[in-house]
Design a protein around this ligand. Sequence first.
Ligand SMILES: NC(=O)c1ccc[n+]([C@@H]2O[C@H](COP(=O)([O-])OP(=O)(O)OC[C@H]3O[C@@H](n4cnc5c(N)ncnc54)[C@H](O)[C@@H]3O)[C@@H](O)[C@H]2O)c1
Length: 410
Amino acid sequence: MVTRRYAIVGLGSRARLFARSLASSPRAELAAFCDPSETRMRVHKGWIGASVPGYRPADFAAMLEKEHIDVVVVCTPDHTHADYVVAALHAGCDVVTEKPMTTDVDGARRILTARRETGRSVRVAFNYRYNPVHRRVRELLAAGAIGEIGSVEFGWLLDTAHGADYFRRWHRDKANSGGLLVHKSGHHFDLVNWWLGSGPETVFAFGRLFFYGERNGRRPTAPDDRFALDLEASPLLRALYLDAEREDGYVRNQDVFAPGVTIEDDVSVLVRHRGGVVLNYHLHAYSPREGYRVAFSGSSGRLELEVRENEYPSGAEPKAEPGRARLTVQRHWEPPEVVLDEVLGEGHGGGDERMLAELLGDAGPDPLGCAADHDSGLQALLTGLAANRSLATGLPVPVDDLLGEIGEPG
Ligand SMILES: NC(=O)c1ccc[n+]([C@@H]2O[C@H](COP(=O)([O-])OP(=O)(O)OC[C@H]3O[C@@H](n4cnc5c(N)ncnc54)[C@H](O)[C@@H]3O)[C@@H](O)[C@H]2O)c1
């Protein structure tokens, strides 16, 4: 069996999933870590019980050469993805990057150019595609269960624990994350692109910071103590962040009402897809419960998916509880048919594990096209970038304008 040598850059919480899988896969050798924090690299080595050489970001290129790396897994803050993806491609490596592929037009242009020049592969870790319920939606739509699709309604609720977490750390600055429209909604826009088999054409958005941030913190309905994340109380948060704070100054539990929040917490987006389907999307990050609803209206009926996740947060620390999904198809003049009504698996509905198996080459064929490449990464990003531009200009944004700036055909 051929094994490939992997390096992970960015050893925060998301890297744990990749480190564990790589350390136990017969197809992979976990050959190097790269992060500014020695503490976090040490914690990860402890978790997997292996001695992996650790490098500083300044030594990234030297690390790739010295450790003969074949594949780089990028788990750093979003605005740094493009630099690592481009450097890895030019060093002859393939790349698996966490979403979003990048956060701006410049990053997209650089990644797509480097990919073309090197011919290496870029995979984006869109794990939501691997959730069995989302796969079922794709199968049903592709099989014509509701005929030709006319429009999509999609609403996503983040609760006051999970949603608040984006306002405690680097995500709160739009320059780091692209805002929730890029960082979080990118998952949802990717799902819609994949479900429909088409990308965005025109995007219009409204959005604002309604609940978190300095001004909203003055409301009596925003009690600080509900949002104060106790790093001491969680072994994982303590090891990864509190114990590392002195080393690099990364504060994981900033006050969600402190100054410096430049992202929105409530966004509405209208997207006309190529081919004419219209998506009506909404996300907010201060809901009392967590979950989502997506509905497709078609020429012969309607498909509805409702997922209820955490009913209410028990504290400030985000907890992923298994959700319950109900998927129905209703054809015109017929009663609704319940396709499934069941509890979802852990780790994004079991999607994380399936995605890892596929990324490591341990999965079978992929008839639904779950594997997301650079183009899927770009298409998901385009909706978020266009929505951000629409927020800034107040106008609908033709996606071809962005593609022109990126240097890709419309
Ligand atoms: N697919 C998913 O469901 C999912 C879930 C969580 C996070 N993510 C993605 O994973 C990535 C990491 O998120 P996280 O929650 O683990 O963040 P984190 O803050 O916990 O970890 C980020 C790590 O990157 C390191 N880092 C910072 N700047 C760096 C640089 N210039 N070079 C190298 N390392 C650097 C930090 O020291 C830290 O160890 C993000 O892109 C995020 O969008 C995806």
